[in-house]
Every structure is written in C-alpha cells, then in structure tokens.
Design a protein around this ligand. Structure first.
Ligand code: FES
Length: 483
C-alpha cells in the first residue's frame, strides 16, 4: 500500500538525535506542517531543530491527494452562519494566502514539484446549495462561481468552481525544503517539560516548542482528545481513466474526489470514522465504483489517509493551552492538510516572532462556542461507549474458530485479547486496550490493523504503532504457530 508519491520520490534518511541540544525553537513532527513551520521560522532568523519519530513525511503527508486549495468542500456559507462574516473571511483569506505562499516559495526556490495551477470544483445535484456557497465564497473575496455544466471526470455535473487553486507532488516539495533544515529522524519525543523534550538518547532545550504531530500527544493541558476524532479515507491511482481538467470533490451525499497526477487519475472516497470497521471492504467498494465509472481503467496504486476532525470544523492553530505560553499546536486539518499546513506555518512564525497575524483569531485553539460544546459532548459520548464496550462486549470468537487471514477479539486463557491469524498459521496477540486513554480497539480487515474508535490511534497486527495520539505499541510479545 504505497502511495503514488512514495513510488516516485524518496527522501534521504537522517540520523537519530544522539547528543543534548539547545535551540530557540523545536518543532515536533517532520510532516508538511512541521517542515513548513521550521522553514518559515528559519527564514525569519530563528534557530530551529525538527524531531521526527519516524521518517520525514512518513505520516499523512505521503498519503495526501496534495490539493492546494481554499475550497474545503461546502465550507463558507456554514462558516458565515456559525462564526460570523469576520471570522469566515479570516479563514478564507488565510487559505488564499497559503496558496500564494506555496506559489512564491516554489518559484523563488525553483522547486521541481509538478506544481500546477488549476480550478477546484465541488460537484453535486443541489444547485441552490452550490449557488449559495459560490455567493458566500465570493462575498469573502474568493474567486468563486457556479457552473451548471462542469466537465467532471465521470461526465457533466452542476458544480461550484474556485479559481486560482493548485496541485503538486508533496514529497518532491518537502524534500527540497527538508535539505535546508536540521532534522533528526527516529527520534520520538517521549515527554515534554516546560522547555525540555526527552527523546530515547538525548534531550533538547528550547525557548519555544511546536507540536506538529498530526494529533497532539500531550493530553493535559490542551484536552485535544475531547475536541477531535479521526477519519479514514481511501485513494486509487487509475491508469487509462479520463484525465480531469481541475480538482473535483462531491458534496456530502456523493463524496468522491478526483485529481490528476501525470498519467493517473487519483480517485478517493469511502471515508469513515477511524475504528468504525463494521462493514470492511472499503477498497473493494471504491474499486467497484471505479469500475462502474471508468470500466477501462487499471489500478496502479492504492493507499489510505487519516485526518483529524475538530468538533467545530476549524483547525486548532496557535497557543497549545492557556497555561503554556511557549507551546504551540497545529492540528485538526480535516481533509485539507496542504493549505492548512501553510496557514499554520505563517501563523506560528508570526506568533513566535512577536508579529500580529490577521487570521489568528478564527484558528485560536482556546476558542469556545456552543457548536464546539455540542461537538465535545458527542466526542465524550462516543468515548464512553467504546470504553464500556471493553468491559461488556463478549469475545467475537474463540482462538480456534478464527479463520486464517482474519483478526478479531477472542478469549485466550480466560482473557479478552486481540488476535490475528496469518495464512501460514502464525498467531499474533495484542492488548486491545488502547494505550492512549483505554478505549477498546477494533480490528480493521482492510488494512490488517487495530484501530481506536475514540481518537484514532492505530497499530499493525504485531502491535506496533502506526498513528498517534498513542505513543506506545500494544504487542503482548506473544507469537506462536496455530495450535
Ligand atoms: Fe484515545 Fe485510543 S486513541 S483512547
């Protein structure tokens, strides 16, 4: 399951941090947000170190569809109504400025990253809704219009159109910026004191600490676990499919996404809350739809992505928590990680450099609204449900009943544990209690992983961590042949 990006670009490895360091700013996470934040701060004259638990761009950055757009599905009419026109304009202009900043950096640095200017469309059948969104976008300063006959890859459809948008190859871009930065790989941050970060072999002291870790792993303060969940979505790279002129995404009822890269049509969809694996077969569902729409297409690659979904639909970018003036966070990017990473970089650079940023208020992580309060209540309900499940749900099968090639919660020696049975008969056992905050993990048959429905941590069938906020694995170190 390698994305088209990792198949076509590799980034040189970096050393693990071995010696204690002192710096002005430390950025945790070398994905798109972390690299851009570090780049902007270094350009502003700050001494910056980046610490990455795995490899540069090895998290969600390698799995994005890499659309650089201020069009975040049908966003702006709802934003005006929930946040008011001023904040909606801040959101819109911050994202437009982010597109412009990509354009500027790529031109000035001469980065060969297949950057291409193009329009972005939301297609659907609800014309009044699309028209209302075009009017909302236009009123906020975006070049937005309604088209009754837009040419989507699958045929003609009514659509909302945003001009001045772009797409690129994210790894070719990040590779170029990373070359300029001091980055340590395989250096997970285990604990953070006020201004000191502890890693397996050394510690870093910094005046400012930026958490660009996809999902923040420090639970208290911040309480991000009560304010976000994660969602998964899937992508196929198709050869011999129509090559669309522009980027497309469906409105809520028909949420497929399309863009081209080289000779491939990237076809995405089948999204769901992480851990909600009742149906399974997500790739198959997407393949079936692809066959229906493009019968002559051939699959060249498939992969999946995971996104943090904030309760009020607005990312958290700014001060980590009220009692932590020197900690910063960039998270909750929903499905729009490219522009939001750049918004984070510009905003956090300005905060650390003591400059006012005109778009800061709408992204302020300390904001509170009734909409957010309702979202928090929903998240808490979901977490309570899955915590209770761990105690009351019966095992799905016995160890012997579980067929080869399958995983599930079984009872072994009177204990509920997670088991995956390989085709060759090897059994892998894991703890089904999520090490983050204790929810019961769910087996994901599509990706042979254990996923947490509460906040989206994921683990492979051996128990190694794939996605945070958990910081440790769930392996029971029990592996044995089929009895
Ligand atoms: Fe929070 Fe599992 S990710 S409990």
């Amino acid at each position: 399951m390698e994305s088209i990006w990792t198949k076509t670009c590799s980034i040189p490895k970096r050393e693990q941090l071995q010696k204690d360091k002192k710096t002005e700013v430390v950025v945790i996470g070398a994905g798109m947000a972390g690299i851009l934040i570090a780049y902007q701060l270094q350009k502003a004259g700050k001494k910056v170190i980046v610490l990455e638990a795995n490899r540069i761009a090895s998290g969600q950055t390698k799995n994005t569809t890499a659309k650089i757009t201020s069009q975040h599905n049908l966003k702006y009419a709802a934003l005006i109504s929930s946040q008011g026109e001023d904040k909606a304009r801040q959101y819109a202009m911050a994202n437009e400025a982010a597109i412009e900043e990509y354009r500027r950096i790529i031109t000035e640095e001469k980065i060969p990253c297949d950057f291409q200017e193009t329009a972005a469309f939301v297609y659907g059948q609800d014309k009044p809704k699309l028209i209302a969104e075009a009017e909302a976008g236009g009123s906020l300063g975006i070049s937005a219009s309604f088209q009754s006959h837009a040419k989507a890859p699958f045929g003609i459809s009514p659509a909302l159109r945003f001009d001045g948008q772009a797409q690129f190859h994210p790894l070719k871009f990040i590779k170029h910026l990373a070359e300029q930065l001091e980055i340590y790989e395989k250096t997970p941050v285990q604990t953070v004191d006020a201004h000191t970060l502890h890693t397996p072999k050394a510690k870093v002291s910094a005046e400012h600490i930026v958490f660009a870790t996809h999902y923040p792993f420090v639970n208290f303060p911040g309480l991000y676990f009560a304010r976000m969940h994660q969602e998964r979505s899937y992508v196929l790279a198709l050869e011999d499919a129509p090559l669309a002129d522009g980027m497309f995404i469906g409105d809520e009822e028909n949420n497929y996404s399309f863009r081209i890269y080289d000779k491939y049509l990237l076809f995405g969809g089948a999204g769901h809350r992480t851990g909600d694996n009742r149906e399974g077969g997500r790739y198959d569902a997407l393949r079936q739809k692809a066959m229906e729409l493009f019968p002559n297409a051939k699959e060249a690659a498939h992969w999946s992505a995971q996104d943090c979904m904030p309760v009020d639909g607005i990312p958290y970018i700014g001060q980590y928590a009220s009692g932590k003036p020197d900690w910063y966070v960039a998270t909750g990017f929903q499905k729009w990680g490219m522009t939001t990473s750049m918004v984070s970089a510009l905003l956090i650079r300005d905060m650390i450099c003591g400059k006012e940023n005109p778009y800061a208020a709408v992204f302020d992580p300390q904001r509170f609204s009734m909409e957010a309060a309702e979202g928090i209540a929903c998240e808490m309900k979901e977490a309570t449900k899955t915590l209770a499940k761990r105690f009351f749900k019966l095992p799905e099968a016995t160890e012997k009943e579980l067929p080869a090639g399958h995983g599930g919660v079984v009872e072994v020696d009177g204990e509920k544990i997670g088991v995956y049975k390989e085709e060759d008969g090897t059994i892998h056992m894991v703890n089904i209690r999520c090490p983050h905050l204790g929810c019961q993990l769910e087996w994901n048959p599509d990706e042979k992983s254990w996923d947490c429905p509460c906040h989206g941590s994921r683990f492979d069938f051996r128990g190694h961590i794939i996605n945070n906020p958990a910081q440790e694995g769930i392996s029971l170190n029990k592996e044995r042949p089929l009895p």
